[in-house]
Design a protein around this ligand. Structure first.
Ligand code: NAD
Ligand code: ZN
Length: 376
């Protein structure tokens, strides 16, 4: 992680259109390859030049949603054209409902119609829904073409834009159809966060709170002081945590990357049971983390004082810590065994020992999960 050098001084790269120190850069290593995450203000207008440094070819499709298209679509396409790319803007319907295999198929057809070939690439411009969907389409179209990720929600900037997990939901559950496909470059322009509705801004904190709980007590403490006008350092710190875990364990072969699933076993089933789009991902994960904290008290010695701090951090961002009344709790329990983390009926559950320290436990039982859901 460091500040990107300006001018043409970088020995390994071509022209970089920003002065020294104004743009943060985090490198994510994935297998043999690596990619760069650029974090800063004013990056979007330079998209074309930034992409040119990492991607060849000229034909591309910018996949976005109908909320983001009018905000940033033209700026990104104009910049791509300036750098001699030929972009096609494709806007999908906003929301979790678009993360479907039907939408992925429809996008593939649009890419064919637009004449994208093996030398073409995709740009995802939007939140986690657009990123997961467009990344997945990039992984299957013509058996895989590159993509550049331009995350425009806090959730996408602190979490979903890196790591290479792409995919769509199925009627059985969240993210059950997907592929690993890493972006060639991530451009996180923090200016885009200015237009986020309050609810979506706060949603992003769920994943940041998760990063604090599993890995970084200092980040957890710093949550209260995040400046919405200048979130660059905060975004960078989150990306660095996830990048380190992904680099150490790209495909969840040892337990490191799995730590990122804290709150997600129960959170995903809540999101699914609520009906896609009714509860935001971050909101469901907030509830999942409250339940995981409760399990952690029983199985990992998490103190009640720390549980209180976790709940307070979530509530400070208006994230839910109890289920809405009348929520179909039985659906949560019924859906749990379908989660990918259940292998041969065994649960591999992420527990926190303290804020800043977590591990994967095989001790957790269905009964523990039932009790935690009942207490929500
Ligand atoms: N792949 C991963 O590693 C990973 C990690 C975490 C979450 N996710 C996925 O991310 C998704 C949630 O992401 P999300 O909350 O960003 O959802 P989202 O993409 O639906 O964005 C939320 C809303 O904000 C709008 N929006 C986006 N950028 C905007 C901007 N700059 N200004 C105004 N409005 C804007 C969108 O149109 C949408 O209505 C879930 O599907 C979740 O499963 C994936
Ligand atoms: Zn998540």
């Amino acid at each position: 992680m460091d500040d990107v050098q300006g001018g043409s001084n970088r020995s390994d790269r071509r022209y970089f259109p920003f002065p020294l120190g104004t743009v943060k850069s985090v490198e994510v290593r994935a297998g043999q390859q690596g990619y760069e995450v650029l974090i800063g203000s004013g990056l979007l207008a330079e998209t074309g030049q930034l992409v040119r440094r990492d991607v060849d070819g000229d034909r591309c499709a910018v996949v976005t949603d109908a909320n983001v298209a009018p905000l940033f679509g033209e700026m990104v396409c104009a910049s791509l054209r300036t750098a001699n790319f030929r972009p096609e803007l494709i806007a999908i319907e906003p929301g979790e409902g678009s993360k479907s295999i039907a939408q992925a198929g429809a996008l593939c057809e649009k890419l064919s119609a637009a004449g994208l070939d093996r030398s073409s690439f995709l740009v995802s411009l939007g939140g986690g829904v657009v990123g997961d969907l467009a990344g997945f389409v990039a992984s299957i179209y013509l058996r895989g073409i590159p993509y550049v990720s331009i995350p425009t929600t806090l959730l996408a900037q602190v979490d979903s834009c890196i790591g290479g997990k792409t995919g769509v939901n199925s009627s059985a559950g969240k993210n059950l159809i997907g592929a690993f496909h890493h972006p060639a470059l991530v451009v996180a322009d923090t200016d885009t966060l200015q237009t986020l509705p309050e609810r979506i801004w706060h949603e992003g904190f769920a994943e940041a709170i998760k990063h604090g709980i599993i890995r970084d007590a200092g980040l957890f403490d710093a949550l209260a002081t995040v400046d919405r006008d200048h979130p660059e350092a905060f975004v960078e710190r989150n990306i660095a945590i996830k990048a380190a875990l992904v680099t150490a364990d790209e495909r969840e072969h040892n337990d490191l990357r799995s730590l990122l699933n804290f709150g997600h076993t129960i959170g995903h089933t809540i999101e699914h049971a609520a009906g896609y789009g009714n509860m935001l991902h971050g909101e469901a994960i907030s509830l999942g983390m409250v339940a995981a904290a409760q399990v952690s008290v029983r199985r990992a010695g998490l103190s009640l004082g720390e549980v209180t701090r976790i709940r307070a951090a979530l509530q400070a961002h208006h994230l839910p810590v109890t289920l809405p009344s009348g929520f179909p709790r039985e659906k949560i329990i019924a859906a749990l065994p379908r989660d990918k983390k259940f292998e041969n009926g065994r649960v591999r559950f992420v527990v926190a020992h303290a804020i800043g320290r977590a591990s994967v436990s095989s001790e957790v039982t269905m009964e523990d999960l039932r009790a935690a859901v009942a207490a929500l």
